[in-house]
Design a protein around this ligand. Structure first.
Ligand code: S3P
Length: 756
């Protein structure tokens, strides 16, 4: 995996004494020009065999001094100098030979070739080992234009430079190269040589060869002027890169031969399949490929928007930190609908995929968590069209139609995805691995692994029962009666989903009511689920029939605006079409008990789920002891409720909520820390918190990478005495993609700031 190397110190100047660039092509001359413009070297020296190139570089102010060969200056160079090899890939070996013959071992050497394995091999051939002074590098920047006249000192700004240092590479050499690239505006990462060459073969080299080949094929067909005259935008876009430098691409093709052949063979195999499908009129094959590719491209397009890469397509994303700055004095007024319910969105994908037939979903939450579930099912061969403004069409494959994914399923930040999936994957015929981001990788999975094992599943977890989960396929599951030790809808759902594949009747008994969307939605798909008090049961071996699902607005997202209206005098907000399932309305019950003015209207039943419009107007709040039976019914809303408590008169006491400690962050501690920073007396306890209402002050609080903590502190600013900065709000996108937009719409003064 790539590592980020960029450091802010890199901006001090000059970074090197002499910068010597051998080869004044687009990359070499652009780097020289950028270094000279920014004063990153005491002297910038350009070397090119062509006198005209050197003269041009001097005339255009790209370099301070020009030479025809390294021999002319090699003896002057020493520690503190940096030599950049900017020649085509296959010529690197010859330059390295000159370096070995002429250069002090103190001079740092780097290169810019697009293939790194061949550079390492050349170094081994010349030096017998990889010298400490060599830092192989590859700036992912370029254009179809080449040569010194195409130079652009801003070419590397916001582009990636990948370094592939060897274990032998000296730390100060690596630092010097990192610093110079960072100082010209690039983001520097490091990667293993083989990984680099494989990724680039697939994402950069192959597209060039396809473009060259297509243009050449068409150009050799009869009167090609006619063909090109009628060629539309698609052809132009696809073949733009066929205007690139032939020498460079010849060298890349030969230098990265092995990785390129692997991916070329794959594509040629797929071409053959496509040819047969077209020949035999196989519509399904074509739909499968086109839908999958379109969705992958759309997803990739979103990544590209964030990266603004050009010249070479790159896979690892440049992750930027998002902070929120919220000013006091805002309001909470308006009439809005927040995005779809996260729990139901996950379940719509899961059950829609396992059903027979086409399931259409509206109101689907296009947040990162539910998209992770969606991607996991695509990875298991399910065709899912959309999402397009919350609409999906899921081509269900039946309970036994999933295919083995080719790689571990990555579930990002989403606890619901990993826990529910572990249940329904325990009964599949294939092996599968489930993993996620740093937060998810720290969350307990023993709670699902244990009951599944007692059903006969074979599951391995990492140390301490954490992800990744490795599930062995082909097991015969048998039904159990499971007495859940904690009130968890994820565990209940996991066991019930495994029960679909088990012999006999699986039952789960919960210690307190938890959200019952799985049970309700299964019934919507025509599957029989019985409930008897705290016990939910289903038999294995049935079948799900496709249906339509209308996902209501998420009460958990609505909760932030309910609290916003409840704490600011003059507020009046209506939240439309909110899911008000009795197992989710703890937040309304608790806020009402604190004195909030909340009115429900337009109450409907939509596909077995109660929905209503929720109007909240300001009324003074008072502290309460939160009834423990409300805890599971408001489990995700406590960060928002704690803000209400901070604005209430008197003390609010919460107990029986130890589950909050194992959410996306330890929500008791995260909230207590932030509230204390803002001047509120908040005392965490083992299973809850004690909050004394008071005046919220200003300050910087940390979200602990937890979406709900970030949103809770954003609304706190409404009643604060000054500005609140909420750090690290990237994860808000997991559950509430347009939080910033809707917050602004109702009158909260929130700006989102992106930091490099
Ligand atoms: C969820 C259940 C809850 C909740 C989570 C979503 C679900 O988790 O906190 O955000 O969709 O089933 P637990 O089951 O761990 O309480």
């Amino acid at each position: 995996m790539p590592n980020d190397l960029s450091s802010p110190e890199a901006m001090s100047k000059p970074i090197v004494n002499r910068l010597v660039v051998i080869g004044l092509g687009l990359i070499g001359s652009s780097l020289a020009a950028a270094a000279r413009e920014k004063g990153l070297a005491n002297q910038v020296i350009g070397i090119s065999r062509r006198t005209s190139t050197v003269e041009m570089a001097l005339k255009m102010g790209i370099i301070d001094r020009g030479e025809a060969s390294l021999t002319a200056i090699a003896s002057e160079l020493d520690a503190g100098d940096l030599l950049v090899i900017g020649v085509p890939t296959l010529a690197v070996s010859k330059v390295l030979q000159d370096c070995a013959d002429l250069l002090s071992s103190e001079v740092t050497i780097t290169d810019v070739a697009s293939v790194k394995g061949s550079v390492i091999k050349a170094a081994m051939d010349v030096y017998g080992l990889v010298p400490r002074q060599l830092v192989p590098g590859h700036p992912i920047a370029g254009s179809e234009k080449s040569g010194v006249t195409a130079f652009n000192p801003h070419l590397f700004v916001d582009h990636r430079v990948i370094l592939t240092p060897d274990t032998a590479t000296g730390a100060h050499h690596l630092q010097r190269v990192t610093d110079i690239w960072s100082a010209v505006g690039a983001t520097v990462t490091s990667m293993d040589v083989l990984e680099h060459d494989e990724i680039l073969a697939a994402t950069s080299h192959l597209p060039h060869f396809l473009a060259y080949s297509l243009v050449d094929t068409l150009a050799s067909m009869g009167d090609n002027r006619e063909i090109f005259r009628y060629a539309a935008g698609g052809f132009r876009d696809f073949t733009r890169i066929a205007a690139s430098d032939p020498v460079m691409w010849r060298d890349i093709a030969l230098a990265n031969r092995e990785s390129i052949l692997v991916i070329l063979d794959k594509v040629m195999g797929n071409f053959q399949e496509m040819r047969s499908a077209i020949d035999s009129g196989d519509q399904d094959y074509l739909m499968d490929v086109f839908t999958r590719a379109r969705d992958a491209r759309n997803n990739f397009g979103k990544i590209l928007e964030q990266q603004a890469l050009q010249g070479g397509i790159q896979s690892p994303m440049v992750e930027k930190t998002i902070n929120y700055r919220v000013l006091p004095g805002g309001s909470a007024r308006g009439d809005i609908r927040v995005p779809g319910d996260k729990s139901m969105s996950h379940r719509s994908i899961m059950l829609g995929s396992l059903a027979d037939g086409l399931t259409e979903v509206t109101g689907f939450l296009e947040g990162e968590d539910s998209l992770a579930t969606l991607q996991a099912f695509r990875d298991m061969g399910v065709i899912i069209e959309g999402p397009e403004k919350g609409r999906l069409a899921i081509h269900g494959v039946g309970l036994h139609g999933l295919k083995a994914p080719s790689k571990p399923l990555y579930l990002g930040n989403s606890g619901t995805s990993i826990r529910l999936l572990s249940g329904l994957l325990a009964g599949q015929a294939f092996d599968v691995e489930l993993c996620g981001d740093a937060s998810l990788s720290g969350r307990p999975m023993g709670r699902v692994a244990e009951p599944l094992r007692s059903m006969g599943a074979v599951i391995e977890t990492a140390e301490g029962g954490r992800p990744p989960l490795k599930i062995k396929g082909g097991q015969m599951l048998h039904a159990i009666d499971y007495q859940m030790p904690m009130a968890s809808a994820q565990v209940k759902s996991c066991v019930l989903l495994a029960g679909l594949y088990a012999q006999g009747t699986t039952s789960v008994i919960e210690p307190a009511p938890t959200r019952d969307h799985t049970e309700r939605m299964l019934r919507g798909f025509g599957y029989q689920v019985s409930t008897d008090g705290s016990k939910a049961s289903l038999g294995g071996g049935g079948q799900l029939s496709a249906t339509r699902i209308d996902v209501p607005a998420d009460i958990s997202s609505s909760a932030f605006f309910m609290v916003a209206a409840a704490i600011v005098p003059g507020s009046d907000i209506t939240l439309r079409h909110v899911g008000v399932n009795p197992t989710r309305v703890g937040v309304i019950n608790i806020l009402r008990q604190m004195g909030a003015n909340i009115v429900l209207s337009n109450e409907l039943d939509v596909g077995g789920e109660p929905v209503a419009d929720v109007r909240v107007r300001y009324a003074p709040l008072k502290g309460i002891t939160i009834p423990e039976d409300q805890v599971p019914l408001a489990i995700d809303e406590f960060p928002a409720i704690f803000i209400a408590a901070a604005c209430a008169e008197g003390t609010t006491i919460l107990s029986g909520a130890e589950e909050l400690r194992v959410k996306e962050s330890d929500r008791i501690q995260s909230m207590a820390d932030g509230l204390v920073i803002l001047g509120i007396d908040a005392q965490p306890t083992v299973d809850g918190i004690c909050i004394l209402g008071g005046q919220l002050g200003s300050g910087s609080v940390h979200s602990h990478d937890d979406h709900r903590i970030a949103m809770a502190f954003s609304i706190a600013a409404l009643r604060a005495s000054g500005e609140i900065i909420v750090l690290d709000c990237n994860n808000v996108g997991t559950s509430f993609p347009d939080f910033v937009g809707l917050a602004g719409q109702i009158g909260i003064n929130l700006t989102s700031e992106t930091m490099s």
